[in-house]
Design a protein around this ligand. Structure first.
Ligand code: NAP
Length: 488
């Protein structure tokens, strides 16, 4: 029987975890008319770009995976980065998504033209699409520190997401600038390898000790042989992680207990002076928690020094701090984070009425329920503004967002709509709710972090993951402006 469903032309920008997720779900729904534009030569997004020593996920692997493509072979409770990259590549291959990826195809602009999106690559190729989906990731624009003399350093110097694998590490004097999740993992790995490791800390972070045990052969066998057990384990981990929501979202006993637990872990630092140096002046969990059992051990080694004095400048031989001391280094690692507020930019985007994305976001990035944007029809975002849900699995977030997109794509296929975008009124009302809910959350309790955007707006999701799934699963028709002009 011939299908009467229309076939949408869909462009997905980015072949990372989110792009692969949507590709796989589109194929499952029988939609093959999509192209994934990937600027690099390989899939995997952040897990392709980040190859620094010690990289591992800080969300348990049993839940940091697609619910529709669970992997019984994870080696550890929290998988190493290379294993996650290999997993994503395998899912792309096994589901058939790989065949839809155009590599080395960086998207430069997307413009609404004649009732559809015209997408142009940096190489100048263009094509038209009914839907455009941004799957560009949230942590992929390295943030380089604005420190005088950075380019004068004589040895290898690189950002953590651009690791120079030719740079010698063993027996070297290594400086690491930055003490977030990335810096902590790098320091944990390099301690004992470097002859001297100097950790330049601008702000201390809270550390939560969660072990990362290897899975036994028996456990892997159990997960492989009993898919229902494997599925149960996925949901068990989901419920466990969701049980932290009350502590994150509102003051009360759960928050007091969680913050007490995290604070007391600092007791592992024996030297009172070092403990004072490592004690943050903000609430635990206000910034994303560092999950590590080895960071506190690493910084207490004799060959590791935490320098909390500010950096004056970088010189050819090392880092000079504001007290005049030169800390000699052979290798300098910049674990200084990412511009998490760029979203799909620098891609230039222009909507039907000539409004650009820059103009639409002049007062700060925003999206209706994290996925859609008023005035930009048939445009969806993964990990859009206010997407991250605490220390939750971004894969589960992507799946909920993909489910929302698929509902609209399905209506388009059935010929019920030609275009869809949220109304400005609904988006304003949504942000009234976001703003009202945010002050009770731990992320708004008084700290700077990559969750906080320009103007001090916290760009995370202020409700529980369960609410997120519900908000995206239901479509409130009155919140959207749809058009239907074609007869198809
Ligand atoms: P980050 O949390 O933003 O930390 C950046 C660090 O660099 C901070 O300590 C910051 O100091 C410091 N820094 C920035 N500019 C500086 C300057 N000019 N001088 C001195 N210090 C400077 O970035 P990240 O560690 O890359 O982590 C980002 C996020 O990636 C994490 O929160 C996590 O969500 C994710 N991540 C996850 C994993 C995982 O799954 N295992 C691993 C790594 C990263 P201030 O604090 O003073 O700004």
């Amino acid at each position: 029987m011939t299908s009467t469903l229309r076939q949408p032309r869909i462009a997905i920008v980015g072949a990372g975890m989110s792009g692969i997720c949507l590709g796989a779900l589109l194929l499952e729904a029988g939609i093959e008319t999509f192209t994934i534009f990937e600027k690099a030569e390989d899939t995997g997004g952040t897990w392709r770009e980040n190859t620094y020593p010690g990289i591992a996920c800080d969300v348990p692997s049993r839940f940091y995976q697609y619910s529709f493509a669970r992997n019984p072979h994870w080696s550890r409770a929290m998988a190493p980065g290379a294993e996650i990259h290999a997993y994503l590549e395998q899912v792309a291959r096994d589901t058939g998504v790989s065949a839809h990826i155009r590599y080395a195809a960086e998207v430069a602009s997307v413009d609404w033209t004649d009732g559809c999106w015209e997408l142009t690559t940096a190489a100048g190729d263009s094509a038209r699409f009914d839907f455009v989906v941004s799957a560009t990731g949230i942590l992929h624009h390295p943030r380089y520190p604005d420190i005088e003399g950075l380019d004068t350093f004589a040895g290898p110097s690189f950002h953590s997401a651009r690791w120079d694998h030719d740079a010698p590490l063993d027996g070297q004097r290594i400086g690491v600038i930055g003490t977030g999740s990335t810096g902590a993992q790098i320091v944990s790995d390099l301690a004992g390898r470097a002859s001297q490791l100097t950790v330049f800390q601008r702000t201390p972070h809270w550390v939560m000790q969660l072990g990362n045990p290897e899975f036994s052969r028996f456990t892997k066998w159990l997960h492989r042989r009993l898919p229902s057990y494997d599925r149960l384990s996925y949901h068990g981990w989901r419920l466990f992680i969701e049980s932290f929501s009350p502590a994150l979202l509102r003051p009360g006993i759960a928050r007091r207990f969680a913050t007490w637990q995290i604070r007391r872990q600092l007791r592992q630092i024996k030297d009172p002076a070092l403990r004072a140096q490592l004690t943050p002046d903000f609430e635990p969990m206000c910034r994303r928690l560092i999950i590590s059992t080895s960071y506190y051990d690493a910084v207490q080694r004799d060959d590791v020094e935490v320098v909390a004095t500010g950096i004056e400048r970088i010189e050819p031989d090392g880092v000079r701090t504001t007290d005049g001391v030169l800390h000699p280094c052979d290798v300098l690692v910049l674990a200084t984070g990412f511009d998490s507020h760029a979203y799909l930019r620098p891609i230039a985007m222009t909507g039907p009425d000539g409004t650009t994305l820059e103009q639409a976001w002049a007062a700060g990035p925003r999206a209706y329920r994290t996925v859609t944007l008023p005035g930009f029809p048939n445009f969806f975002m993964f990990m859009g503004p206010n997407s991250p849900v605490g220390n939750y699995s971004l894969i589960a977030i992507a799946e909920a967002q993909a489910g929302h997109m698929l509902q609209w794509i399905d209506r388009w296929r059935r010929g019920e709509i030609d275009t869809v975008a949220p109304t400005t009124t609904a988006t304003d009302a949504y942000y009234d709710d976001v703003r009202a809910a945010m002050p009770a959350t731990i992320w708004a309790s008084g700290c700077t972090s990559w969750y906080v955007g320009a103007g001090g707006n916290v760009e995370v999701y202020p409700w529980a993951p369960r609410h997120f799934r519900k908000q995206l699963a239901e479509i409130k028709d009155t919140d959207f402006l749809t058009t239907k002009t074609s007869s198809g």
